[in-house]
Each structure stands twice: as C-alpha cells, then as structure tokens.
Design a protein around this ligand. Structure first.
Ligand code: ADP
Ligand code: MG
Length: 176
C-alpha cells in the first residue's frame, strides 16, 4: 500500500451554477503521508471546510478523486462512508459538539461503542486517550451550559482521538 494516508487528484468543487457559482476548489492535488501532522491555513472562504468535508466523505467533488488509506471515496455507499468516518476520521469542531448529558468519559467512549468495541476495551482505550490529553476529571459532564471552552476542548480532543482501528490511532483531521 502507498505511504499516503490521504490523496486528492485534480479535485474541483463548486457550489451553485452559472454566474452565481462559487468555485471553492479548483484542480487541487494533495498528498498527506501517514503520520504527518499538517496545518491547513487560509483566509475565510478559501476552501478549508470544503476540503475537509471531501476528505471525510461528507461531500463529493465535482471532478477528481479523493482516496483515504487506499480507498476511493466516490466508490463507497453511504453506510461505507459512515464506517470510514467512524473508524478513521476525527474532527474537532470549532463548536465542540459534545453531548451535554454525557460525562467526558462517555463522550470519548461513544464512538468506540458504535464501532462495536467491548465494554472493557472502551474503558481501557478511553482512559488512554484521556490520560494522553490531560483531560480531567472524566466523571464531569462534558458540556454543561456553563462549561468553559478549555473544559469542552479537553473533552473534544480525546473524543477525536478515540477513532481507532486495530492498528492503533488512525488519521486525524483537526479543526475546521
Ligand atoms: N453550502 C455552500 N453553498 C454555497 N457556497 C458555499 C457553500 N459552502 C461554501 N461555499 C463557498 O465556497 C467557498 C469556500 O468556502 P469554505 O470551504 O467554507 O471556506 P473556508 O472554510 O476556508 O472558510 C466560499 O466562497 C464559500 O462562500
Ligand atoms: Mg471553514
């Protein structure tokens, strides 16, 4: 398998049609190697969110192809794209999108449960993610109305990291 975790070839994406069309991405080539840490920077409207949506299979390009870990996304059914997001993609959103009724630990572990991990695995892997990120305390509600941004972030970071495959922590796409 190639060393590329993410590969885009000649990707274009426009919103709308005719004179109103907005060309978000034009003929973009990109390769992100396994283990690379990449920052995507640009002014508002330059296409960052569009690009992340395409890599996560939330949207499809007009032309060109997007390949994640050797798999072309345009060949996947919706449920296969959902599995890809469950197992390989972790987003940390600007608004952290935590589930307020759940504890920090439950927010982090939820995706592992969706992925069919055993309770013991969920507990163990959640603890590893929380310890690695320094999030405390795990029993607090993750996003009560008065939770501070740093508290919410300390829940969102390990939650994003908890998408794992059998080989360990997978490709993560941060921020949007
Ligand atoms: N849903 C949409 N409908 C119409 N135009 C959009 C939509 N989403 C993004 N755009 C346009 O596409 C371009 C890129 O937007 P976006 O990917 O959100 O950029 P960024 O995340 O860098 O701010 C902008 O011109 C934006 O107005
Ligand atoms: Mg954006």
């Amino acid at each position: 398998m190639s060393d590329a975790a993410i590969r885009l070839s000649a990707v274009s994406k426009a919103y709308g049609a005719g004179p109103q069309a907005s060309q978000a991405l034009a003929n973009l080539d990109l390769e992100v190697r396994r283990g690379a840490f990449v920052s995507l920077m640009g002014p508002s409207g330059s296409g960052k969110t569009t690009l992340l949506n395409l890599i996560a299979g939330l949207d499809m390009p007009d032309t060109g192809e997007v390949v994640v870990e050797g798999v072309r996304l345009d060949g996947l059914a919706d449920h296969e794209l959902a599995d890809l997001r469950l197992e390989k993609i972790g987003f940390i959103f600007q608004a952290f999108n935590l589930i307020p009724a759940l504890t920090v630990e439950e927010n982090v572990g939820l995706f592992l449960e969706f992925a069919g991990r055993s309770k013991a695995d969920v507990r163990r892997m959640t603890a590893v993610c929380l310890a690695a990120s320094g999030a405390t305390p795990a029993s607090c509600r993750a996003a009560s109305n008065n939770a501070s941004p740093s508290h919410a972030r300390s829940s969102a970071v390990p939650r994003s990291s908890s998408r794992t495959n059998r080989r360990g922590i997978s490709t993560r796409t941060r921020d949007r």
